[in-house]
Structure formats: structure tokens, C-alpha cells
Design a protein around this ligand. Structure first.
Ligand code: KIV
Length: 275
């Protein structure tokens, strides 16, 4: 594998245009979260189209219970590590709680810091009509914005639960209207989290921009999962929508136990493992 980064002019790089064309062709988009260099290199080499530097870093990297404590500085640090790793994938960075809601100028400044300091390719913002002025302010600077509706974890204290959203017609209608509002404002893609599959398909069919689901069913234009969940590094989070492709928690546990044993018995290092 080449260690050289592809040129910024490389046609192989994934852009907002690539994603829109994929939707038009009916080709599904694969997105995963990434927070560090080593993992991002593997995911990019595997051919992932979008890497989300999610504020789920608060949970899986920092051990917080919610995403609320995540800071702009921490997001920029994770984004820089991911951007350094990537040759092809588009890197989208979550704007953390408290850096954009209710204040378009603050939103613009936060998004500009993310873009300038990390060299990522886009930002993601949670919410609909409540944050529309902030979304427009960020877009006005030419920064691509990915929306996020349905279960929006930064509002966990408002919801009071991580249960499925928009199961009632009123909330489903609001979600549909918000999706259109965001598309009209100019976002390039939309994440839908934990909503009924039927509603996910309805939103995807009625928008021109790609809709990427996490627990939003198979009728959307792509899927996203938290990498630590799909690799089975986390074990205490098992929502219905999660498919685990590995059980790395056990594999790592066994490997480390073997290492400890080898050190303690003097088996490691052996003759070939020393100078
Ligand atoms: O922060 C995150 O990982 C996310 C995904 C769950 C979409 O927002």
C-alpha cells in the first residue's frame, strides 16, 4: 500500500459530488466513524466512502456517558489525526454541543476552526428548524454541512431516552419538514438516526441529497455505524440496528492475557526476539 497521500486533484477522492452521483446511480454509501490515525488508515484502505469524526468519541474514546461534554478542541484533535490518515475518504466532523446552537456567528466561527485547523472536508450539525440559521451561516462560508435528524444524542436531556424517534405522526411530519428545510438551505447529505424504516425510506425518496441511516432501515441511501460497535470493541451497547462484524473485545482480552502470561513465565521474549 502506498504511503503517499493522493493529490487534492485526485479524481478518486470522495466529494459531495461523488456522494450525490452515487445516490443518483442507486449505489449505497458506506460510512463509519473514526477518531484516530491508525484506525482511519485501515478504514480508508478498505474503501469506506465517508469517515465521520463523530462526537461519539465522547463515549468510545473518552468514556463519557453522553456526547454533551465533547469540546471543539477535542473534536479538532481527533479530526487532525483522521485527516492525516486518509487518501480517499471524505472526512466529516461533528460540531460538538454548545458550539453552534442558537448563535449563527458562533456556528460559523466553530466550523471555520474545524476546517482550518483539521483540514477536514465537511461538518455535521444536529437538528432541524431550531438550528437553521446556524446551518445557513456555516454554508455561507462554503463549508459543506451534513444534517442529522431523528435521535440527536446532543439533545439527550430533552428526550430523556435513547428510544426510537418519530414513531408518532406529528414528530414524523416535523422530521420530514425539517429534512426539506435543511435540503433547501443547501446541506449535502443527511443522517437519520433511530427512526422507523418506513419514514427513513420516505425521507430518502423525497430528497435529492443522500440520506445515510443509523437504525433508519434499508430504504435510505447509505449506512453509518460507530466503528467500535461494529468491531465489537464495545460490548455494553447492543441496539437492534447494530450488526457486529467482529468480537474484538474478546480477541484483545485473550491476546493481552496471553501476553501477560508470556511475560510472567519468561516465554517472551524468546531468542529470536532479542538482540
Ligand atoms: O457521533 C456519531 O458517531 C454520530 C453517528 C452515530 C451518526 O453522530
Amino acid at each position: 500500500m502506498s504511503t503517499q497521500k493522493a493529490s487534492h486533484k485526485s479524481p478518486k477522492k470522495i466529494t459531495t459530488k461523488t456522494l450525490r452521483e452515487m445516490k443518483q446511480r442507486g449505489e449505497k454509501i458506506a460510512m463509519l466513524t473514526a477518531y484516530d490515525y491508525s484506525m482511519a488508515r485501515i478504514l480508508d484502505a478498505a474503501g469506506i466512502e465517508v469517515l465521520l469524526v463523530g462526537d461519539s468519541a465522547a463515549n468510545v474514546m473518552a468514556g463519557y456517558e453522553t456526547t454533551v461534554p465533547m469540546t471543539l478542541e477535542a473534536m479538532i484533535y481527533h479530526a487532525q489525526s483522521v485527516v492525516r490518515a486518509v487518501d480517499r475518504a471524505m472526512v466529516v466532523v461533528d460540531m460538538p454541543f454548545g458550539t453552534y446552537q442558537g448563535n449563527p456567528m458562533q456556528a460559523l466561527e466553530s466550523a471555520i476552526r474545524i476546517m482550518k485547523e483539521s483540514e477536514a472536508h465537511a461538518v455535521k450539525m444536529e437538528g432541524g428548524r431550531e438550528i437553521i440559521e446556524s446551518v445557513k451561516a456555516v454554508l455561507s462560508a462554503g463549508i459543506p454541512v451534513m444534517g442529522h435528524l431523528g435521535l440527536t444524542p446532543q439533545s439527550i436531556y430533552k428526550f430523556g431516552t435513547y428510544a426510537v424517534r418519530a414513531t408518532e405522526p406529528e414528530e414524523a411530519q416535523k422530521l420530514l419538514e425539517d429534512a426539506h428545510l435543511l435540503e433547501e438551505a443547501g446541506i449535502f447529505a443527511l443522517v437519520l438516526e433511530k427512526i422507523p424504516a418506513k419514514l427513513g425510506a420516505q425521507v430518502a425518496q423525497s430528497l435529492k441529497i443522500p440520506v445515510i441511516g443509523i437504525g433508519a432501515g434499508s430504504g435510505v441511501d447509505g449506512q453509518v455505524l460507530v466503528t467500535h460497535d461494529m468491531l465489537g470493541i464495545t460490548i455494553d451497547f447492543s441496539p437492534r440496528f447494530l450488526r457486529r462484524y467482529l468480537n474484538l473485545h474478546n480477541d484483545i482480552l485473550n491476546a493481552v492475557q496471553n501476553y501477560i502470561n508470556d511475560v510472567k513465565t519468561g516465554d517472551f521474549p524468546n531468542e529470536n526476539e532479542q538482540y
